[in-house]
Design a protein around this ligand. Structure first.
Ligand SMILES: Nc1nc2c(ncn2[C@@H]2O[C@H](COP(=O)(O)OP(=O)(O)OP(=O)(O)O)[C@@H](O)[C@H]2O)c(=O)[nH]1
Ligand SMILES: [Mg+2]
Length: 222
């Protein structure tokens, strides 16, 4: 399921310029927390982080990344109001291309995290971003479940296995697992976890749930 670190994933030399060592969740994930991969790394996986506008994709990647994350934030202006979803909670910027970060699990498996833009008009960009990815973490906000339908539908269209992480905001309604699965029309084996995208331990747990699922999918007998 995972490829050798040097093969299909960006090498250190090809990481975004300006990427520097940053205090990441290395301790919590058991990973090296520096700029370079440790020699114990045996494999790599490209992972998408998807979800609707403002669900916390950029936040989660920034929270877990061992390197300074690449982000492509642009100010949302009136010019986009006719085509873009406007958010009322004071959010002033949005991702316009991608987010990129790196996280190592147990010193052995490096995840290259690619965050997709949340605005609807960027959905076509997914096809390019999804190339070579093994799976996706789909962030969901229970205050607006419908907003997640496009992202989840896109993953199904692409045939990409995924786990759902409910990013809990203040005042988010809490649904039982069965209700949430039914509302999002999930397959029975799709993992659903709760997380706080600002918290390293909880964000790492969500990514580990995804990786476990990807291993199950890869090893299940036809
Ligand atoms: N309360 C709370 N706020 C959060 C959480 N995650 C993110 N936020 C805040 O929500 C806002 C949106 O987060 P982003 O990470 O920019 O969302 P995004 O999904 O990347 O948004 P787009 O790129 O515009 O689609 C930011 O102001 C975050 O600080 C969370 O778990 N809890
Ligand atoms: Mg973003």
């Amino acid at each position: 399921m995972v490829s050798k670190a040097a093969s299909d994933a960006p090498s250190q030399a090809s990481q975004p310029s300006g990427a520097e060592a940053a205090p990441g969740p290395g301790a919590s994930s058991g990973a090296g927390s520096g700029k370079y991969l440790t020699s114990s790394v045996a494999g790599a996986a490209k992972i998408l982080v998807v979800g609707p506008l403002g669900v916390g994709k950029t936040t989660l990647i920034g929270t877990v990344s061992e390197i300074k994350p690449l982000s492509t934030e642009a100010v949302m202006t009136q010019a986009g109001a006719r085509v873009d979803t406007v958010v009322a909670d004071g959010k002033t910027t949005t991702t316009v291309a991608l987010d990129f970060g790196r996280m190592t699990i147990d010193g052995e498996l490096v995840l290259y995290l690619f965050g997709t833009p949340g605005q609807q008009r960027f959905l076509p960009a997914w096809r390019d971003l999804a190339k070579g990815s093994l799976g996706a973490l789909a962030l969901v906000d229970t205050r607006d479940l419908e907003a997640s339908f496009d992202a989840l539908g896109n993953l199904e269209e692409l045939g990409l296995p995924f786990a759902v992480a409910v990013n809990v905001f203040p005042g988010s309604p809490q649904y039982g697992a069965d209700d949430l699965r039914a509302a999002l029309d999930l397959l029975p084996d799709t993992p659903v976890v709760a997380c706080d995208a600002r918290d390293p331990a909880s964000s790492v747990r969500a990514l580990i749930a995804l990786v476990s699922h990807l291993i199950d999918v890869a090893t299940e007998t036809p």
